[in-house]
Ligand binder design. Sequence first.
Ligand SMILES: Cc1cc2nc3c(=O)[nH]c(=O)nc-3n(C[C@H](O)[C@H](O)[C@H](O)COP(=O)(O)O)c2cc1C
Length: 346
Amino acid sequence: MADPPAKRPRHALKEPPFPCRHVLAPLVGCSDLAFRLLCRRHGATACYTEMLFADRFVGCADYRERKLQTCAEDAPLVVQFCGTDPATMGRAAALAAPHCAAVDINLGCPLPGAREGGFGAYLLERDRWALVTAMVQAMRRAAPNLPVCCKIRLLPSLADTVEFCRALEAAGVALIAVHGRHRPPADEHRGRRREAADLDAVRACVAAVGVPVLSNGNTQAHEDVARNLAHTGAAGVMSGEGALRNPLLFAPATAAEAGEGGAPSVPQLRRCADEYLALAERHPPESSAVVRSHLMWLLGKSGKSHRCEFEHCGPYSGAQLRLALLDADSLEEFRAVVAAVFGGVS
Ligand SMILES: Cc1cc2nc3c(=O)[nH]c(=O)nc-3n(C[C@H](O)[C@H](O)[C@H](O)COP(=O)(O)O)c2cc1C
């Protein structure tokens, strides 16, 4: 039997700080301006930047310029910061304020660097909650008109997760994105993202707070979005890998043309690759590694280094395609690889 609709909290629900039904997740190395614009054209109602280091953002104008490229069409934009010092997080929020609709604190990064720095998902431990709420409050004080959001993972127990969401709400956050997975061991984060997200846990968070919650985890196809919202009652869905593999994920009009299981059709992928490369020409990403990474996601990369496979290789073997992408450096060279993979497809 279908689950009953998610229960809403009894207290008044707050308005989302930005249109948040279809949100592009923060993605290190992949949340460049060109990709955000591509996703916006195809249904994303808001986009996050990748995680920016608050201390570098505050201390280095060059870092700010490189990492926070934006333009008029790139709105609403949420700038995500990681850090552990309330004063620095406050200064970062004030510097970002003229360029964005909201700022966000990363409370989900599981990587070894986050463990060493004590940020990201390593702030979810109960003895660090006071520091997190102090950061939220410092950011709110430093940029009084700017909504402050948090992106969390699941804590070890559901009761803790819900209690933490309530603590964030009490500290004044405007929105909480809940990635419905636990923190994996720092060296195993990649494989774990493939595991199904715990949407029941997201639903419990939605029911526990009056601020809008975004449901994050495992939206691969357009149908997943509505299914996820119906199950969790969340204000919106945030997608990471799904959007990287299929930037048309949020667009209902293109879903009809999609292939098996909602995967994008080959002509759709070709158009996405061409459109991304055209946008990257107008808004050059920080390095060619960003372009390479997008093409690898679009071509359906799986596996690591020389053992990697692609869903779409054209005349190449997986290893040859990987080498061709590694050799390419200019947009012209990337275009040539895309043309070779897709041949006459248009
Ligand atoms: C390439 C990549 C980079 C990521 N970078 C960030 C990041 O900068 N900040 C963050 O909070 N999460 C980051 N994540 C996690 C995603 O935002 C998202 O929470 C996770 O992928 C689960 O959602 P999904 O199942 O839709 O992919 C990253 C994920 C990927 C795949």
